[in-house]
Design a protein around this ligand. Structure first.
Ligand code: B12
Length: 233
């Protein structure tokens, strides 16, 4: 029963059937399937399918846009449900999150932000295509502990280094833990640019942020890498 509706949610997301996908998600939640399961075993599988199809030349940009819209719509419902489940949790830290300059992909970033929020972090999302300086300005405004940057585009990778350099050049490097993630952002790259943390996915990202909060001393400790898919840390 659960498997059936989760498969249906994945299929509807992959096909970009936004309204039907939202209805199916509501149905699954009403059946008592947890919001996390709906995300992991349902909606995310649909994005995996369309990603594979795109890479294999079997799906094209219009299909991606539709699937992306459907995913964004169901994520909203899923996380509204998670927030109420987890509302009583206390604040673990303040995070500024944004998509690097030039990049308008936002599904992964939104999942990272929402998972951090339901795990007790206060998240400030500065959106997509965010200028280098915007990360610092928001971090200063909200007195952030962690600044996180996402990118899925190889062409936007240099901005990750630029943001960190901006913090350093303005004398603010030791105020914030700097974390990076997204498709082309490897752990080696994160290490190379001098980031404080990197994780493979959003779930690992929560663990990484908890550890960074416990460690303190931004820029002065060894980088925290969390990659549960490799079984390593
Ligand atoms: C959906 C999609 C789109 C949608 C985006 C919709 C949206 N609202 O986001 C649309 C159609 C708009 C789009 C546009 C483009 N896309 Co596109 N897109 C994709 C696709 C199929 C899926 C991305 C996705 O949402 N994945 C699901 C999420 C959940 O995964 P994720 O983003 O990786 O996030 C997870 C982790 O990476 C991690 N994470 C992410 N961010 C962060 C941040 C931190 C701090 C941490 C700790 C972790 C973390 O946690 C997340 C959750 O677990 C990928 C293919 C792929 N295999 O990734 C291509 C892909 C990313 N796109 C690509 C390209 C080239 C483009 C375009 C340039 C195409 C074009 N010719 O116009 C444009 C770019 C426009 C722009 N300026 O940004 C390439 C990028 C290649 C590269 N490495 O540079 C890819 C890889 C496709 C490919 N194989 O060629 N795209």
């Amino acid at each position: 029963m659960a498997a059936e509706i989760l498969k249906r949610i994945g299929d509807l997301v992959a096909e970009g059937e936004e309204e039907d996908a939202v209805e199916a998600v509501k149905e699954a939640l009403a059946q008592g399937i947890s919001a996390l399961t709906v995300l992991n075993e349902g909606a995310s599988k649909g994005m995996d399918v369309v990603s594979e199809q795109y890479s294999a030349g079997e799906a094209f940009l219009p299909e991606l846009v539709l699937a992306g819209d459907a995913m964004s719509a169901v994520i909203k419902i899923i996380f509204e449900n998670m927030s109420t489940e987890e509302a009583a949790r206390s604040k673990k830290g303040v995070v500024v999150l944004g998509q690097a300059k030039g990049d308008v992909h936002d599904i992964g970033k939104n999942i990272v932000g929402a998972l951090l929020a339901v795990n007790g972090f206060e998240v400030h999302d500065i959106g997509v295509d965010a200028p280098v300086k915007a990360f610092f300005e928001k971090a200063r405004e909200v007195n952030a502990d962690i600044v996180g940057v996402s990118t899925l585009l190889t062409t936007s990778l240099p901005f990750l280094e630029d943001i960190l350099r901006y913090f350093t050049d303005t004398g603010n490097r030791d105020k914030y833990q700097y974390i990076v993630g997204g498709g082309p952002v490897t752990s080696e790259y994160a290490k190379k640019i001098g980031a404080d943390g990197w994780s493979r996915n959003a779930f690992d990202g929560v663990e990484m942020c908890k550890r960074l909060m416990a460690m303190g001393n931004p820029g002065k400790h060894e980088i925290v890498l969390v990659d549960s898919e490799k079984g390593g840390m």
